[in-house]
Design a protein around this ligand. Sequence first.
Ligand SMILES: [Zn+2]
Length: 348
Amino acid sequence: MVFFQWFIAQIPNVYSVVDIEGRVVASFGYQEWIYLSLSLLLSVIYFCFLGITSPSKNYGTVWRYDDQHNWPGDRCREGGKRQSPIDIKTTDVIKDFNSLFIKYGNLKFVGYKKVLLSAINNGLTIQFTTDGDETIHPTITGGPLKHNYRLEQMHFHWISEHSLNGIKFPMEIHFVHVQSDLSVDEALMKRDGLAIIAVFCEVQADLDDYENTPVDEIIEHLPNLTSTGDRMSGILLDISKLLSPKNNNYFTYAGSLTSPECNEVVIWIIYQYPIRISDTQYRQFSKISAGRHNFRSQQRLSQHVVFTPPSNHVNKPHLVMFFENVVNLVADFFRNVTTYMKKELRSR
Ligand SMILES: [Zn+2]
């Protein structure tokens, strides 16, 4: 660099600006031209390099699912107290008889039948965002939600992020809601700023292609969204079909976003029963250029407590049922032995 500066200094200036009395007030020559050209060249190289890794190429994202250790945000890298996603062990779920977490009755959905959306393939998932005035967006309240929350967007993870008793599903749909009286930025600062409904999908191989499934309307649009950056607008969807019909069979806990910056601001509502999609429909998603494994790895349990409404009949895992049966058998055996012995004693 020193040599380069010395070299340039040897080149004489060729153009000088003089005032009316002939005094040189500014000079502009080869040195400046070389500096200018070099700066321009470096800028071009810099922006070309940025172009490869910049958000503009990745549609607002500077992170990848295959590089989770380097996600932006301390919470993502160092963890926190309520990071998501997690494995839900149904034996550890608390039936909320005392309304410790589920304080506001049944979940109430308003306006999910006809929703105006636009869609994008953002390189990480297919995302449908609600269009139009915020006041006409679908809303949810009740259950664990103290406030009204408006639907902001929905997107897909394949395979699922959460799991039930260690078992993942082929797909998980997230319906991201923001507290109605807050902007997105404000909601990201509040411990219950967002409410995300999660619906699992199971692939049913024996489902015929002509049978209707809840994702039919979405699948129709997928061929137009196969490449990163593909967009559509003016889509009208009946989202209520995607929500599980068993409204009160859900698990809920206070968690975090599963993408940067992993803010601990989410009340999760995860439906216990999956919706069905066909094999052909599932394969449509694999044709999409977005990452094939677009899920965050599961997080260490810390202060997570998962609740379910008291009316929910929670399926117990097979292993737990096996041990319960063994305990019952042993208990029955001893009960029978005791009864037999009592009878024997009485008959003597
Ligand atoms: Zn998600």
